[in-house]
Design a binder for this molecule. Structure first.
Ligand code: BV8
Length: 228
């Protein structure tokens, strides 16, 4: 079986990382148009760096939870049976990797990587970023940005993602509100392809109507139950 899993902020909620659109969510307290767009970064890079520097510290301190661990196990089990798991995440944290998932596609990028806007070099970065830092590979001053896909930017790896979606036998979305496109359209695309769709979330998502089956509850409980 080829399983396509799309994860969102809800899978990392029990690891203490905030979600975006719940009552206490990040985008309820901060305006994403002022912090998560290329225009915002051009207008005030220091403010955008400060926002992500704080979130990066949270990611570094967070611990993976039972849902991340279950998906890592599932990858191994499916491979042993001749199948495959395509794990696509909207999350910018590294908790799937820390859980042992071997292949993770980050469609909205990674908070622990920096990209040089001058030479496009991408490298790991666990510390704070600032406008005063030169790019280590080309020396250009003030050229480092996060390797993150902001609103209005093309999400990453879309060609590979859509190809995996089109060869999947089952599509499962975990911990995502179904509010951000193009990811929110994956379930409908899977359905058009005749693929069974499953939602695992705390509550019905915005696109709950695109799923054949739903399991509601905290990811740390329902994902291990699905895998076992
Ligand atoms: C693009 C930045 C062009 C990194 C993020 C209509 C169609 C297509 C596009 C659009 C459209 N209308 C507007 C658009 C444009 C826009 C968009 O979708 N806007 C929305 C708001 C309407 N999209 C874009 O700009 C995208 N780019 O369209 O490019 C293009 C596209 C295709 C082809 C060619 C060109 C780029 C979007 C990327 C934005 N970047 N991240 C960062 O700072 O982290 S978005 C942001 O939302 C988050 O970062 C996250 O990645 C993403 C999704 O959020 P979720 O993960 O779903 O989180 P959320 O809080 O919403 O939900 C959490 C869920 O978990 C809840 O349901 C909750 O109940 C549940 N939960 C909570 N606790 C638990 C739980 N579940 C289980 N267990 C728990 N314990």
């Amino acid at each position: 079986m080829n399983l396509f899993v799309l994860t969102g902020a809800g899978i990392s909620a029990e690891s203490g990382l905030g979600t975006f659109r719940d009552r206490e969510g990040l985008w309820r307290r901060f305006d994403p148009m002022r912090l998560a767009t290329p225009e915002a970064f051009a207008a005030d890079p220091d403010e955008v760096h400060a926002f992500y520097n704080l979130r990066r510290q949270g990611v570094v301190a967070a611990q993976l939870n039972a849902a991340h661990a279950a998906l890592a196990r599932l990858e191994t089990v499916l491979a042993e049976r001749g199948g495959a798991l395509f794990l696509c995440t909207q999350n910018v944290d590294d908790l799937h990797e820390r859980a042992g998932s071997g292949s993770v596609t980050h469609m909205h990028g990674e908070i622990l990587k920096a990209r040089c806007t001058a030479c496009r070099d991408v490298r790991g970065n666990r510390g704070d970023l600032g406008t005063d830092q030169p790019c280590p590979s080309c020396g250009a001053a003030g050229s480092l940005r996060l390797d993150i896909g902001w609103f209005g930017e093309m999400p990453m790896h879309l060609g590979r993602i859509e190809a995996a979606l089109d060869r999947a036998d089952l599509f499962a979305a975990i911990g995502t509100s179904g509010a951000v496109y193009p990811a929110a359209g994956f379930a409908a695309r899977a359905r058009r392809n005749g693929i069974r769709t499953l939602e695992m979330n705390l509550e019905p998502s915005d696109n709950a109507g695109s799923f054949d089956e739903a399991r509601y509850g905290p990811a740390g409980a329902i994902v291990p139950a699905f895998v076992n």
